[in-house]
Design a protein around this ligand. Structure first.
Ligand code: M6R
Length: 607
């Protein structure tokens, strides 16, 4: 997804912008550009392709101390040099970079064309540069406000002009912007990752706010010129946390960070004396909690699958009816908000448009929506009625891994909390906590045998289609395993509940379609083994993920990976890790770009 960086200060701006853009690479992009103002006027360099290509194409003589940069992920208009940001007005003096989508750009463009403006790109964003030009009367800030008040859609915008040196104007509506406060220097970016190497002092802009930034500081106002006091926040993420720390890929690093991530998600939230959990940010009293009659969970992609695990847990552990739903579906089906129903919006980034808009729709109908997010200060985290941070640390790889394990941890804790207010005894609660706390060590055991999964992945990576089959708590994990494989290796994979294959998918089974079966030693094992036999009888290859000690599975499956034993409800943690590794090693074997798979972005801020 697109990324923005802007800088104003004593350092050579070219280097700061390129470094910031490199740090935004993880979001996924197809082109990049920078605009710098110096004594020669406005210098604009933009290219399709990688940041490295952009860097090489910047002439040595381009110098300056303030400017803006952008990574683009195409939505309106093809992937071309011209469509890359920044975009400039007709005079070539004003440059803007934009994240988001301007829904009414064609009508605005029509008017601007009639007024004599000439457009160079096919993007929706270019209208902003021309609108700023149109309204410029000596104040860039005023012109930006006039321009954005005409926009329908979402934007995070930065704007500079030759006529107003050492000034950057930023405006936000639905697409994040954060300021970084340095020593005699200021930064603005769509994501703290771009600026964390320079400063930890940040200010998050809200929708409807406009910021004027110079190297000495900033002022924030709304579109009606009312001044807005902003709070400076201190971010705790270290730069090293964002880098690869010796791993070949961010995805590998993040898979291996899961024991720590799960511990962090639990940290300070287990109440041993009460055999319960404490989740500080819920903003709910015990009376509110006991009155919950139903839980609904929304999310997209991996976060939706984590929500599905959550729904299974809430029903079976806390005996509260619960259901997970894809956020983008809920939004447009005019959902009924029932009394005493608690909603959760699950999102690693906290910026996923589908989830955010569904959350807003629910809130508009009077629902209480709690966020389960990783990125502190993200839009969902701020706009939800309360919530829980998963504290995974930055997740850079497009494929989500550690966020899944941390998100489900929040559901394990919340289920415990509700269960202990309802049906669960103290002793049961204590056993549940023991099981939960033993998970990080068990994940480490799985990770220590990554070579076995690597061998299996190499053996099967040439197959074109896979089925991932699980039941109960592990059905969402099967879906997640299939998603992981397709998104990073581009191998077609389908996730199903194992019992369902006889209703259709079994027709796909032959020697060319391997099945990955999740077979924990639990109450459904015998049923799943029958499904395995059905597949074997039709010549299908079977890779099984099974519990240590279940030797009989070796006799049926072609390859088995063993995971440690745990209580039935806790298997998703141990089942998902081998599937993540399987996808990772398959992608490596096929020479894929693991961290930035084609056509995908880390944070999907468009519908
Ligand atoms: O940031 P979010 O958790 O809201 O993102 C949701 C999905 O876009 C995300 O999980 C996506 O499916 C990942 N690429 C899966 O690995």
């Amino acid at each position: 997804m697109c990324g923005i960086i802007g800088y104003c200060g004593p350092k050579p701006v070219k280097e700061v912008l390129i470094e910031g853009l490199k740090r935004l690479e993880y979001r996924g992009y197809d082109s990049a550009g920078i605009a710098i103002v110096n004594d020669k006027g406005l210098e604009l360099i933009k290219r399709r392709g990688k940041i490295l290509d952009l860097k090489k194409s910047i002439p040595e003589k381009v110098k300056g101390f303030y400017g803006i940069g952008h990574t683009r992920w195409a939505t309106h208009g093809g992937v071309t040099d011209i469509n890359a940001h920044p975009h400039v007005d007709c005079t070539g003096k004003i440059a803007i970079a934009h994240n988001g989508i301007i829904e009414n750009y064609s009508s605005l463009k029509e008017v601007l064309l009639k007024e004599g403006h000439t457009f160079k790109s096919d993007t929706d964003s270019e209208v902003i540069a021309h609108l700023v030009e149109k309204y410029y009367d000596g104040s860039l800030e005023h012109a930006v406000k006039e321009a954005v008040s005409l926009l329908k859609g979402t934007y995070g915008i930065v704007c500079i002009s030759v006529d107003e040196p050492n000034t950057i104007i930023g405006a936000r509506n639905g697409s994040p912007l954060v300021l970084g406060i340095g020593d005699n220097e200021m930064f603005i970016a769509s994501d703290v990752t771009a600026i964390v190497a320079h400063t930890k002092q940040v200010v998050y802009l809200e929708d409807g706010e406009v910021v004027k930034l110079t190297r000495d500081g900033f002022t924030t106002t709304d579109l009606r010129e009312n001044p807005i006091e902003k709070e400076v926040e201190h971010i705790s993420w270290e730069l090293e946390e964002i880098e690869k720390a010796g791993y070949s890929h961010f995805m590998e690093k993040e898979i291996f960070e899961q024991p720590e991530a799960v511990k962090r998600a639990m940290s300070g939230r287990i109440l041993h004396p009460e055999a319960s959990a404490h989740l500080g940010g819920l903003n709910l009293t015990n009376r509110d909690l006991i009155n919950i009659e139903r839980v609904k969970i929304i999310g997209a992609g991996t976060s939706y699958y984590a929500g599905m695990v959550g729904a299974y847990l809430l029903e079976s552990i806390a005996r509260v009816p619960a259901q997970a739903e894809i956020a983008s579906e809920l939004r447009y089906r005019n959902p009924v908000v029932e009394r005493n129903t608690l909603y959760f919006a699950v999102s690693q980034s906290g910026e996923t448009a589908d989830t955010l808009y569904a959350m807003r729709e629910l809130q508009r109908k009077g629902a209480t929506v709690l966020g389960i997010c990783n990125v502190v200060g993200s839009t969902i985290a701020r706009e939800s009625d309360g919530g829980v941070y998963i504290h995974s640390g930055p997740e850079i790889a497009v494929a989500s891994t550690k966020a899944f394990s941390s998100q489900i941890t929040v559901f394990y804790l919340f289920s415990l909390l509700l269960a202990r207010m309802r049906n669960m005894s103290f002793d049961e609660g204590a056993r549940y906590i023991e099981n939960l706390q033993s998970i990080p060590v068990k994940i480490e055991k799985v990770l220590s045998r990554k070579n076995e999964i690597e061998r299996i992945a190499r053996k099967y990576s040439h197959y074109k289609d896979f089925l991932f089959l699980g039941r109960g708590f592990n059905f969402p994990v099967a879906l997640e395993g299939a998603l992981k494989l397709k998104e990073i290796s581009y191998i077609h994979a389908e996730g199903y509940t194992a019992a369902e294959i006889k209703h259709g998918p079994i027709a796909l089974i032959n020697e060319e379609t391997p099945s990955v079966f999740l077979i924990p030693n639990d109450s459904l094992k015998e049923k799943i083994l029958s499904n395995v036999k059905e597949v074997k009888a039709r010549g299908g290859k079977v890779i099984a993920i099974a519990t240590e000690g279940d030797g009989e599975i070796e006799d049926i499956a072609d390859d088995v990976f063993y995971i440690p034993e745990t209580a039935e409800a806790f298997y998703p943690y141990l089942m998902v890790v081998p599937l993540q590794l399987f996808a990772y090693f398959s992608a490596i074997e096929l020479g894929r770009n693991v961290d930035q798979p084609r056509n995908l972005a880390k944070s999907v801020t468009v519908e």
